[in-house]
Design a protein around this ligand. Sequence first.
Ligand SMILES: *Cc1c(COP(=O)(O)O)cnc(C)c1O
Length: 393
Amino acid sequence: MTEIDWNDYSLETQAIRAGHKRTHEDEHSIPIFATSSYVFASAEEAALRFTGKQPGNIYSRFTNPTVNAFQERLAFMEHGERCLAFASGMAAIMAVGMGLLKAGDHVVCSRSVFGNTVLMFQNYFGKFGVETDFAELTDLSAWEAAIRPSTRFLFLETPSNPLMEIADISALADIAHRHDCLLIVDNVFCTPVLQKPLTLGADLVVHSATKYMDGQGRCVGGAVIGSESIIEKEIYPFLRTGGATMSPFNAWVFLSGLETLSIRMKAHCENAFALAQWLQQQETVETVHYPGLPTHAQHELAKRQQSHFGGVVSFELKGGQEQAWNLINSTKMLSITANLGDVKTTITHPATTTHGRLAPEVRAAAGIKDSLVRISVGLENVEDIKQDLLAGL
Ligand SMILES: *Cc1c(COP(=O)(O)O)cnc(C)c1O
């Protein structure tokens, strides 16, 4: 069979077919290679593999055929040269920092990122002499003003969690590159189906595969995608040594998740759009945050940058924590859990869960009010989702 260049194919096709190197058993589905190590034909071959002079597997902390298949497939989908898989999204973010940063370096991070990402930069990289400043996601001049000669990279999520604010990736890539910094985008909320940051100028994309890639809330995993040179020189050596590796079983689950990612994302977006419009009409709802609504501050940017508006909707109720908790407690079907990107609709109170460990002033600066509720809209019938919310509204 001739070798296919998957770059010539569309994302839907890459998601189903790229990355599989069929073995001598002629299997149709990608096998799980449950092996920690690999054997060599001779002592000479072992030595060549260890020096990297001969390609091939050595040990599953850093290469495994099932994990490789996931990495290759996702690299094509994100239009990146190389992808590395990790044990979790946070392990991927840790690896980016451990690979790229040294004592004395500086990072500019969006104020509106995943709570653990804030803690990673502040508490852990901070412990080793890396300083982080936090910028308002949508304020380009604030990003530029925060950059110092020692700034190594800018880090953001767009849309942000839970307020669904949109950052202008191309504009921030220009700012980063003008100051000799890298731009790193956490693309969890969009997945490559809705947005490809590398094509907009970002240097690295990070993922939590735990969310939409799995899509059914089963496994924890993460990934980093970017150019061959950054991945090979800066990130891979840390994975090999640090060992926050994705297991072959989880890679296999994520591979099948990718196969349906495109149709699932479209369905998530349609349900979320319908729910956001409906929530806007409810009397007890103060504000709805969804980039698909014309009332959203970056609606035009979202239209330009993303192919659809995403599967997460958040909204503030009239009142405070009591009203938010009442609504959450009154649901019968929705899952009360902080996870997102699942076929099951989940509902959460960010101020006391995902963002509960942040200092109150940090949380306030990020705009996360006590009356805020976040819904990751699943693939149930949207009328049933509305019905479940109605009692508490
Ligand atoms: C969940 C999440 C992470 C962390 O991923 P884990 O797989 O839970 O470690 C990072 N960024 C975003 C936006 C997330 O939603």
